[in-house]
Design a protein around this ligand. Structure first.
Ligand code: MN
Length: 354
């Protein structure tokens, strides 16, 4: 049995659920290592079963390494499920309320021979704390991210469009055996004021700031990093903003440790930015967990009411965005440890003007 299945069984016991069906891909991957696009994973105290179809049976056998029983459903998936539910005398079965469509839920409700109950964030909660193996994968992803940033510094120049840069980076990342974890954000000049300014056809001009936010997936695990640089000579206001964001980010990183309240980590960044009068220009949370997904639990923002746990990996990414002027964001990934977190990214945060 895998450690993940053991953790889930323990959790099911604690909350008094007989069994759970998982169909959300990131959760399926976490519990079973299976990466195919269509499956149901059934976990009870007695069994661990992956129901998929002909296209994926061989793949599932390889990826799950004998830790789950693989079933090939010829007809509807619920027919196989009903057989197991009857065999194990399951009365209440949990379904991932946040990830199934209404149609899917209704189909299951009408056809399953037991009571269906909603579960929320069950596997997501288990995914928060990373195993050593998961930490290593995310560190590898961060290494590739650092290399890609070095490459960005070599190629970025006025005259290229944001898309030109994103495409070259994308190619570089693929050559390293990875994938981008989301559409690369390249936001130059006044577009820097868009926190999620995906690369556009805008041409990079001399003396502009460029915010680059990207991440890579290495063996299923994501990194996430942002740097803002200047091509040419920086104006004083923007340079001042850069230094405020950098100091805020360093304060945020310092606040990351075991048992820290997520809201306090957010405040560590936010209060510093507010002090300089830029509070209204920092409209998003300070960070989030990373792992199988680019954004996952825990969330570090003004509304968080939880605490950091050892071996969670979170981003710290404050920013200041001035409409029609531009913006700065700096982001690193940090492993939560007692006393002080470990920053994974090695890329320099000193102000770079090329
Ligand atoms: Mn991020």
């Amino acid at each position: 049995m895998s450690a993940q299945i053991a953790k889930l069984r323990q959790r099911l016991k604690e909350i008094n659920l007989d069994a759970l069906i998982i169909s959300y891909k990131p959760n399926v991957r976490y519990i079973s290592d299976f990466t195919g696009s269509s499956s149901i994973v059934y976990i009870s105290q007695k069994s661990a079963v992956l129901i998929t179809d002909f296209r994926y049976v061989e793949q599932a056998k390889g990826q799950t390494r004998g830790m789950l029983t693989i079933l090939d459903h010829k007809g509807k998936k619920y027919v196989e499920l009903n057989r197991i539910l009857a065999e194990e005398k399951i009365e209440r079965l949990a379904i991932e309320a946040e990830h199934v469509s209404l149609a899917y839920y209704n189909e299951m409700k009408e056809n399953l021979l037991c009571q269906l109950v909603e579960s929320r964030q069950l596997v997501e909660e288990l995914r928060r704390v990373k195993s050593e193996e998961e930490v290593e994968k995310i560190m590898k992803a961060a290494e590739v991210t650092d290399r890609a940033f070095d490459y960005f510094l070599q190629i970025v120049t006025p005259g290229l469009t944001e898309k030109n840069i994103a495409n070259k980076l994308e190619y570089f990342i693929k050559e390293q055996g990875c994938l981008s974890s989301f559409d690369i954000i390249v936001a130059s000049g006044s577009r820097g004021a868009l926190p999620h300014g995906h690369a556009s056809d805008k041409v990079i001009e001399k003396n502009e700031f460029i915010t680059l936010d990207f991440g890579v997936v290495y063996e299923g695990y994501c990194s996430d990093m942002t740097r803002t640089i200047c091509v040419g000579k920086a104006n004083e206001e923007m340079k001042k903003i850069y230094n405020i964001v950098l100091e805020a980010q360093l304060r945020g990183i310092d606040a990351v440790k075991v048992d820290a309240a997520c809201v306090d980590v957010d405040c560590a960044c936010r209060d510093y930015i507010i002090e300089f009068g830029y509070g209204e220009f920092f409209g998003h949370g300070t960070g989030h967990g990373i792992g199988i997904e680019g954004h996952e639990l825990p969330y570090l923002n003004r509304f968080s009411n939880e605490q950091l746990k050892e071996n969670e990996i979170v981003t710290i990414e404050p920013g200041i965005y001035i409409p029609n002027v531009g913006g700065v964001r700096i982001e690193d990934d940090i492993i939560v440890k007692p006393g002080k977190g470990i920053v994974i990214n090695q890329s320099s945060k000193e102000f770079i003007s090329l």
